[in-house]
Write a protein that binds this ligand. Sequence first.
Ligand code: ADP
Ligand code: MG
Length: 420
Amino acid sequence: AVGAGLAWYLTGAAAVFSLQIFIAVLVIACPCALGLATPTAIMVGTGKGAEHGVLIKGGEPLEMACKIGAIVFDKTGTLTKGKPELTDVVEIEMKDEEEIISIAASLEKLSEHPLAEAIVNHADEEGIAIQEVNDFRAIPGHGVEGKIAGKKYFLGNRKLITDIVGLSEVEIKKVERKMSKLEDAGKTVMLMADNEHILGMIAVADTIKESTVEAVKELQRRGLQVFMITGDNRRTAEAIAKQAGIKNVLAEVLPQDKAEEIKKLQGTGVKVAMVGDGINDAPALAQADLGIAMGSGTDVAMETGGVVIIKNDLRDVLTAIELSRETMSKIKQNMFFALLYNVIGIPIAARVFAGLGLVLRPELAGLAMAFSSISVVSNSLLLKRFKPGRRNYLSMIAPYLMTALFAFLFIEFGRLSGEM
Ligand code: ADP
Ligand code: MG
């Protein structure tokens, strides 16, 4: 503005005339549209997300969602319903099915794991007695232990039996065939043992959510690498992954190693999203470029994730990605608009095109500036027409229409100013 005013003044124009040019350029160059470009789009985008049950915590996760190249799903509670049901009880050294359930349920009564709930619920339904437990301990990623009537019992996976109880592989070999058979059917098998023997086996099954298969297929169709991560054993994990249509399986991952696996993936140069629900998923949610938590999950997971999916429907992961893509393109359009006005307006206001009859008086420059803010805000508001899985055609063609309309307005203003 100073340059334009001075240039006219020094080439012999009157002071008042030069001042008018100075003001017109100053007004038209005001970057208010530029300032509105990003926040308005983000506000409409996050609001629209909330309407569809996708809570996005601000601009950063919203921006990240469309850059994701790999997505990692936790198994229990994310891909599956997280409501496992007891399906099989197998007698090994202990020849009393009811006693096996009774001991298992007594131990699990004190645990918060979803697997524990399945066993306790079953005991309740069958009216099987719960016994008093002393010295209870939960061992993350392994299982539980405790004393009942002075005797020590353990319940958990193979790792618990070999690493914590200290039984030899031979003991596991004895039950391996029965165990693998259940696992191949996608069931999670827990072994019950005392200090010497494996006493029995309990299998629970957790079914995948109706929305899982479709969501996974759609994500893969869009070229994302889809992974499953779980602390569960490989056989069960593979069986569930197969049902879900996932080929990349990270199984038998201890809670503390989930974040490490995410880091490894990030090391391959892709942006990684983690979708999870448990306390044990929180470090991985924090490590991932984008953490997505299930609304049914633990508070810690929801606190850590940048996006929370309220309805627990995995198709909403797609909604978040689509919304992110649309919002980001809106921001870019808005930036383009905001700059376009200045590119057209400044030279006109500086009377560069005075020879063509195009000039801009300060009052009309002010009006044009208001229009530019209106156009940026209206363009952002078109995001309101967002619907998951559908193209927002009006929003897509709007920038072209608006560019044409406002370019026309500017030129008209220029003409009008010349006549004033
Ligand atoms: P996930 O990643 O599927 O949420 P976790 O890391 O919580 O799994 O648990 C991994 C495995 O450890 C389970 O599949 C189970 O075999 C064993 N486990 C963990 N907690 C318990 C428990 N309370 N009772 C029995 N087994 C358990
Ligand atoms: Mg889980």
